[in-house]
Design a protein. Structure first.
Length: 202
């Protein structure tokens, strides 16, 4: 068995804050110094075993460039958790958190969890303090706030393990939904059989 349950996670935030680097570091252990802006989307997988369940995070790394913002709204559907990233060295990326949060609230399911991540803590020219991050978390009710460095790896694996844990807590609900889905499928199948039988008897 490859996994027991699959969750869709979307990584959003301004261009250049390190979204691709974070996902690459967590899933492949590598860090790229050169900046190649993501074109649309990239997909990654991250598996975590919690108790007897293998959780697969299907991570959608998005492009933060403004021209793509209206395009990615369709891709929020069925997202279980959104990671909003900013860079601790970039005030504008921090100021625009609200825009990203609004996108999540408008386009995703109401129970989609939202994490706030301040990346690039390895750099000396930090302009957003940890306290500001915590304040923002409280103000907007983010599920979790963490500071990371995709370069050194600080808190990177922990971030995605935390995502899996937050979703694992909701597992009974998701299992229930999956069960209902399966029952619906079974019900439709029975319906088909019934129709065929009726056809035959006519
Ligand atoms: P878009 O695809 O345009 O949305 O950008 P992005 O948010 O995916 O940024 P990306 O991961 O491509 O990183 C942008 C630049 O920042 C690259 O040059 C990275 O090497 C650098 N970078 C990313 N994370 C870190 C970090 O934690 N520390 C340092 N020092 N540099 C980082």
């Amino acid at each position: 068995r490859l996994y027991d349950i699959n969750f869709k996670i979307i990584v959003i935030g301004n261009s250049g804050v390190g979204k691709s680097c974070l996902t690459l570091k967590a899933t492949q252990g590598i860090f790229k110094e050169d900046f190649v802006s993501t074109l649309g989307f990239q997909f990654f997988s991250f598996h975590v075993k919690i108790n007897d369940k293998i959780i697969k995070l299907h991570i959608w790394d998005t492009c933060g460039q403004e021209i793509y913002r209206s395009l990615i709204t369709n891709f929020y559907r069925s997202t279980s958790l959104a990671i909003i990233c900013y860079s601790v060295t970039d005030r504008q990326s921090f100021n625009e958190i609200e825009i990203w949060l609004k996108q999540v609230k408008t386009n995703s399911d109401p129970d989609c969890k939202v994490f706030l991540i301040g990346n690039k803590v390895d750099l000396p020219d930090r302009v957003i303090s940890c306290e500001e991050g915590i304040k923002c978390k409280k103000e907007h009710g983010f599920e979790c706030y963490m500071e990371t460095s995709a370069k050194t790896g600080v808190n990177v694996r922990e971030l995605f393990v935390n995502c899996a844990l937050a979703l694992y807590k909701e597992l009974p609900k998701y299992m229930k939904e999956r069960e209902i889905e399966n029952l619906n499928k079974q019900f439709n199948l029975n319906e088909d059989i019934k129709t065929e039988e009726n056809d035959c008897s006519c």
